[in-house]
Design a protein around this ligand. Structure first.
Ligand code: NDP
Length: 514
């Protein structure tokens, strides 16, 4: 097998790539408005209750109509997954990995088509959608190889007269609850990590992006995944998700989403249901309030570029997005002015057009919440640019910068999850680090500095799961930057890293006297 390599991003400066993407968008547009069923044990189930998926760039465009599951169907999915576990756990790790490699090959062939679904259902710009699809391919390629590695003879201290063997066996049924912001990559990563480890899955996708998850189910079946190994159960998180979390037959929950929901899941999962035989495992990756620290001797152009890219890519709807720029007082005005100038050049518009920098935010709930935070920001800081909704028949918001924000202000502390960044002035580098560590989160961060001693200090003291020097704080690559955060950002599962599959397995030691 060839060594893992990241899927390359598409170069949209090339005409042939642009026209291939246009063609994929056209193909996908022709499929809009279709119905998608619940899938349990390979059977397609229609319900009367439907969830409409809407294009956030154009609220009149229906992406698809999905049958909504209730708790009765969630129960059926759970029982089906329990049954399927008995045969799937016996399938060899190599054969399970092969399903992932096949699925990844199919997705690579249909890459622009998947990215087009992301443009239309999630409002991602072409490059952001392309990166999301590439990451989904990477996860499958990486976890397939990881399962093969874990199935090899594991190193143990050997003693004479005994044959000792440690193997990683699956856990059981996992409930997979992904977010909408990486509706392909994170959903695929969480689902395939669970299944390649030998578990079966009840997948409850994020409601705004149910169609992308349905499209992925097609690929899994094309790749030869047996019925019942992944069951697709769209429905409201608070009802269907919660029912599955509390279920006595749930062995583990793999969740990525907000702090509030993650903590609730953790609490519910800790209660032992009647008939439950294990301690449920919770893998929870949650929110962030990520900072870029700029020192006095930094390359200020690099600092400004890094802040703009990290704050406004996908309209700031990344757990890794920079929402706090903490700047040494000596260069504060200069960095602020550069960032404001660059931000004023950004184009907000419909995600389907190449050349826009910010598409819409995902839905009305997010739109209203972000606009409320902007109003709070107007009281807590000096509005430098943006500060309002933007034109269009979608959830468009101007990229917004507030200056002179206090480190303990609400917009410095609470996750906004939109295109809003707060500038905070630091007296010196130590003060900047102190501010950077003053939230309850600990996901990503970046330091833009030249002084080696300061970088080393940040290496020790900047308490985040993913710390970057002299670059943006978004854009983690599978295998290169294993991803996960500290504190209220979650369980630091390090998705896309060598430790990840251990969370979906348990180690069994067999010792035989010779
Ligand atoms: P939410 O927490 O709102 O939803 C995440 C998932 O949980 C959805 O599938 C949702 O379903 C489901 N859910 C909601 N309520 C419950 C419940 N009571 N029990 C079980 N499941 C439930 O997050 P978002 O989808 O809005 O995603 C954005 C958040 O995700 C941000 O906070 C972001 O920082 C975080 N995130 C973290 C990452 C990380 O690696 N740390 C990566 C990406 C995002 P439904 O949609 O039906 O409500």
């Amino acid at each position: 097998m060839i060594e893992f390599r990241n899927e390359p991003f598409t170069d949209f400066s090339k005409e042939e790539n642009r026209s291939a993407f246009e063609a994929a968008l056209k193909k996908v547009r022709a499929e809009l408005g279709k119905e998608y069923d619940i899938i349990i044990g390979g059977k397609h189930i229609k319900t009367d209750q439907k969830i409409k998926s809407i294009n956030p760039s154009d609220l009149d465009e229906v992406i698809g109509v999905v049958s909504e599951a209730d708790t009765e169907l969630a129960e059926k999915a759970m029982q089906t997954a329990v049954k399927a576990f008995e045969s799937w756990k016996a399938v060899s790790p190599a054969a399970r990995a092969r399903v992932l490699f096949k699925a990844s090959a199919i997705m690579r062939r249909r890459k622009h088509e998947f990215s087009s679904w992301l443009v239309l259902e999630a409002g991602k710009s072409w490059p952001e959608a392309d990166a999301d699809t590439a990451e989904a391919i990477d996860f499958m390629e990486f976890y397939g190889r990881e399962m093969i590695r874990l199935s090899e003879r594991q190193p143990l201290t050997r003693i004479p007269g005994e044959d000792n063997e440690l193997t990683y066996i699956p856990l059981g049924v996992g409930v997979v609850i992904p977010p909408w912001n990486f509706p392909l990559a994170i959903m695929v990563g969480m689902t395939t990590a669970a299944l390649v480890s030998g578990n079966t899955v009840v997948l409850k996708p994020a409601s705004p992006t149910n169609v992308i998850a349905a499209k992925f189910m097609e690929i899994l079946y094309d790749a030869g995944l047996p019925d019942g190994v992944v069951n697709y159960v769209p429905g409201p998180g608070a009802e269907v998700g919660e029912y599955l979390v509390k279920h006595p037959l749930t062995r583990f929950i793999s969740f990525t989403g907000s702090r509030a929901v993650g903590l609730r899941i953790n609490e519910q999962a800790a209660k032992t249901a009647p008939g439950q035989k294990w301690i449920k495992r919770v893998i929870a990756e949650m929110g962030g309030k990520d900072s870029i620290v700029v020192d006095a001797d930094a390359d200020l152009e690099l600092a400004a570029d890094s802040i703009v890219k990290s704050a406004f890519g996908f309209s700031g709807q990344k757990c890794s997005a920079c929402s706090r720029a903490i700047i040494h007082q000596d260069v504060y005005d200069e960095v602020l002015n550069k960032v404001v100038e660059k931000t004023k050049q950004l184009k907000v518009g419909e995600a389907k057009s190449l050349g826009i920098d910010l598409g819409p935010v995902i839905d009305d709930k997010a739109y209203n919440k972000i606009l409320e935070y902007i109003e709070i920001g107007k009281k807590e800081g000096r509005l430098m640019t943006g500060g309002d909704k933007a034109k269009g028949n979608g959830y468009f918001i101007q990229p917004t910068i507030f200056a002179d924000v206090a480190p303990d202000a609400r917009i410095s502390q609470e996750e906004i999850f939109g295109p809003v960044v707060a500038f905070i002035k630091a007296n010196d580098f130590d003060h900047a680090l102190e501010i950077a560590n003053n939230t309850e989160y600990g996901l990503t961060g970046a330091v833009i500095a030249r002084d080696r001693a300061k970088l080393e200090k940040a290496r020790q003291e900047f308490h985040v799961g993913n710390l970057y020097f002299n670059r943006k704080c978004t854009g983690a690559l599978v295998g290169v930057h294993p991803f996960g955060g500290f504190n209220m950002s979650g369980t630091d599962s390090k998705a896309g890293g060598r430790d990840y599959l251990l969370l979906f397995t348990q180690a069994k030691l067999v010792s035989e006297q010779l």
